[in-house]
Design a protein around this ligand. Structure first.
Ligand code: SF4
Length: 116
């Protein structure tokens, strides 16, 4: 089960993807595409090494997304981000606050010189 921060991020991402989907021609050609992208993002959040202390993904030193998915998510965020404020103002403000969180230190198990 996700904590508040991860749940909030999942909700934000889901709304951004839904918004983006409304204007994307690919959505009608492949209706499951954005559902799969959303499921992928949820899975990354569930496995995030920082857990509830996670930084904004765009500032993350780990970058756990596959490169193609990362690019696609960047595109979604770039388009949907400015439009979110009018449709989901509270969620957007929370997201902007979360985005300003400092990047925490990498957990021990993720550090390059970890021999465990
Ligand atoms: S990119 Fe970083 S912050 Fe985002 S889910 Fe992956 S590990 Fe967590």
């Amino acid at each position: 089960m996700s904590g508040k921060r991860i749940s909030r991020e999942k909700e934000t991402i889901s709304k951004m993807i839904a918004l983006y989907e409304t204007q994307c021609p690919q959505a009608s050609r492949d209706p499951g595409h954005y559902q799969a992208l959303n499921a992928y993002a949820d899975k990354r959040l569930d496995k995030c090494v920082f857990g509830e202390e996670k930084p904004a993904c765009k500032q993350c030193p780990v970058h756990c997304y596959q490169p193609a998915k990362r690019e696609e998510m960047k595109q979604v965020m770039r388009w949907a981000g400015p439009r979110m404020l009018w449709r989901h103002p509270i969620l957007t403000v929370r997201h902007l606050i979360d985005d300003r969180r400092p990047v925490p230190e990498l957990p021990e198990k993720c550090r390059p010189n970890n021999k465990a």
